[in-house]
Design a protein around this ligand. Structure first.
Ligand code: CP3
Length: 352
């Protein structure tokens, strides 16, 4: 494997010692950065931006120009798969994602086309290649996908939702139909992530953003089970060479079970105590997280204080990757992001 100049993130994912805790930020390329808003304007809209490899690469690198981060992430979206499956993704200014078509019944699921990642999602793979080339092995590149459950939630609902009542209703009214959809999505996600890896990503993260909506038993059957299959599908091809991060928002109670999937790292949100998370998983996996993104709306001394609490709670063990507990929000000041990063640098040096 080619040598990466800054390999702190890869080392922490492997629970190896590091000089300081690595940090990257979920949604690090996004609307809180004025330069991102300029590039999105140039592209026309968000989806056009995702489909233009030059502009995708530009925005993926923007946070790295500004901040001392330890990883780059592909610029794209989790909803590219449902779009390729013919649902017609669109974004209206100021609103979240929407689909022209939704999944409601058996024929909707049966009629989903068989997609070829290399043809139908070639724009994502082209962006991976270009970002990787421009990074020139300065930092590791993260690829990603939504979990089958989270993708299904958007496909059935047709848009974001407070409680995702349609997909929750389907879970009880027609669980076999939901399983059929989840199986199809699982196979797409395996192909999609394997293709991203072939094009150069060195780590993958699965975003199970809505896993926390499921009841205790349902989480295992309808979300974790499929993420487990994805992990197997990647490990079969790449062995242990590609670390896999599994992030379930609201998944704090399932950490010990998630650790048994053979993933390499668990992303946790801010509702979980990182000290007890680390105690539960020991040295089996690393932990990523978990600052409440709202802390970044406060002032510098509060930011420093909250960062130091997380670093101290995790303790001087290898295997921590600092991140927010969920994506950064558009109302955050870039200066506050810098303060967080500096604080991570300052406080984690004590442990080296
Ligand atoms: O982390 C990164 O910098 C990589 C890029 C990235 C985006 N979306 C860009 C984006 C990643 C990793 C995602 C993942 C994603 N997309 C998730 C999982 C993570 C999470 O937040 O739970 C989800 C649920 C989506 C679906 C999605 N895409 C939503 C709900 C939205 C609207 C969000 C909002 O804040 O309005 C998007 C749009 C989106 N994806 C934006 C960006 C930068 C904002 C679009 C814009 O420029 O207007």
């Amino acid at each position: 494997m080619t040598e990466i100049k800054n390999d702190r993130f890869l080392r922490a994912l492997r629970r190896k010692s590091v000089d300081r805790t690595p940090i990257w930020i979920m949604r690090q390329a996004g609307r809180y950065l004025p330069e991102y808003r300029v590039t999105r304007e140039k592209a026309g809209d968000f989806l056009a931006l995702c489909k233009n490899k030059q502009l995708c690469c530009e925005v993926a690198l923007q946070p790295l120009e500004r901040f001392d981060l330890d990883a780059a992430i592909l610029f794209s979206d989790i909803l590219t798969i449902p779009d390729a499956l013919g649902l017609g993704l669109y974004f209206e200014a100021g609103e979240g994602p929407k689909f022209r078509k939704t999944i409601q019944n058996l024929s909707d699921v049966e009629n989903l086309p068989k997609i070829s990642i290399h043809n139908d999602l070639s724009y994502v793979l082209d962006a991976v290649s270009l970002i990787k080339y421009e990074l020139n092995n300065r930092l590791p590149l993260i690829g990603f996908s939504g979990s089958p459950w989270t993708l299904a939630a958007y496909m059935i609902e047709g848009q974001g939702s407070k409680n995702f009542s349609k997909v929750k209703a389907m879970r009880y009214q027609d669980p076999m139909l939901l399983h059929l959809l989840l199986e199809k999505l699982t196979s797409c996600v395996i192909d999609y992530l394997n293709a991203q890896i072939e094009h150069g990503v060195q780590v993958v993260q699965i975003f199970d953003s809505w896993g926390g909506l499921l009841s205790h038993d349902s989480y295992f059957d309808f979300s974790l089970n499929y993420m487990n299959q994805i992990i197997k599908g990647l490990k079969i091809v790449h062995g242990d060479n590609i670390p896999i991060i599994l992030y379930t928002k609201g998944g704090g109670q399932w950490i010990s079970d998630i650790a048994k999937t053979n993933c390499d790292c668990i992303g946790i949100d801010w509702t979980t105590d990182i000290r007890s998370a680390r105690q539960k998983v020991g040295n089996l996996v690393s932990i990523q997280g978990n600052l409440d993104p709202s802390v970044l709306l406060s002032d510098k001394s509060m930011i420093r204080n909250e960062v130091s609490k997380i670093i101290e709670s995790f303790g001087p063990h290898p295997g921590h990757i600092f991140n927010l507990g969920h994506g950064i929000t558009p109302d955050v000041k870039p200066d506050n992001v810098n303060e967080m990063i500096m604080a991570v640098h300052d406080f984690s040096y004590q442990f080296s």
